[in-house]
Design a protein around this ligand. Sequence first.
Ligand SMILES: [Zn+2]
Ligand SMILES: [Zn+2]
Length: 377
Amino acid sequence: MGGTAVGERVVAAVRTGAGSTEIREFDEPEIPDDAALLKVEVAGICGTDVKMYEAPQITDPVIMGHENIGVIARAGPRFAERRRVSEGDRVFVEHYVPCFACEWCHLGEYRHCAATDWRTNPAALRYGYTSAARPPHLWGGFAQYMYLPWNAVVHKVPDGVSAELAGLVTPMSNGIEWALFDCGVGYDSTVLIQGPGQQGLSQTVACKQAGASLIIVTGTTRDAARLEVAKRLGAHHTIDVQREDALERVRSITGGAGVDVVLDCTAGAGTAPILLGVEALKRRGGTLLVQGEVSRFPDFPLARLTEKAITIKSARGHSYRACELALAQLASGRYPLELLTTHTFGLAEADRAIRAVGGQGEDDVIHVSLLPWQDGG
Ligand SMILES: [Zn+2]
Ligand SMILES: [Zn+2]
């Protein structure tokens, strides 16, 4: 069987430079026997998009969108057989396009596979991070269709989970990966989550489901609505770090003991969350999850870290298993996760959508979805 194409044009929002987007059209690709075509329903936007949009580290034009849900529009017979999907199935596509041959891939840890590591490998493939000049061009979710080669990783979305809710699978899977697998949150754990954005709120749900007995979530004064959502999702206490002494509050809530785990889910907060985290952790053996936002850290309290025997873990994507558990969590209806899906935009509004995630132009943003087939904008 040869490839098929219906000769349609595919509309995409293409990042053409720092802070600029253009709507462009591409030919619908030929689909070989071992590949598929995804009709994109939802491309979730996260803080990484904000950074990559302001200061792209890939200079070629790129179709952004790395948190993608859609329906299999066309599946080559070998793709359908190997990946056990049929045309019409709703799937979550991981942004990693891995080699499927290395040790990391065999562990389901595609996030570490060199074939998808765009920072170190110029030939890497990753949705939302790959040049649109590279055939067949459709390497991102800010487009009506996305190309799925033989090595795309797909997860079937359970029945009853809407595309928009499924758009939360990436933050939810990060929540499971970082809090539970990396930092060992479980039965009776005490946790401080800094930042009530989509990531912090997803960590809240993961910790709650895993059995944490104390969850404290911090935010700023303008996060008031998001801190309310944190409470509805199971946080025991919230702290406005601008109005309260956060360390004092954590100490008083824990009777001076501090917490087992601190998860940094802030954006643009500088070194303060790490400094608070080191102090808020228990006397010995706590775990601190860090993001890579601060590239320089003068006067890092290394002595304090070692005195307290703190373990540092890096926030770095998700595994196959975390995605499956995230989808199960979304399907369970155990938490009102629809509270997180606050904003949707059409393809022509991609620029506005990214800026909304960055805190510009919209209020009370938690999770923003780009819907490539939505009219308007
Ligand atoms: Zn993301
Ligand atoms: Zn690999």
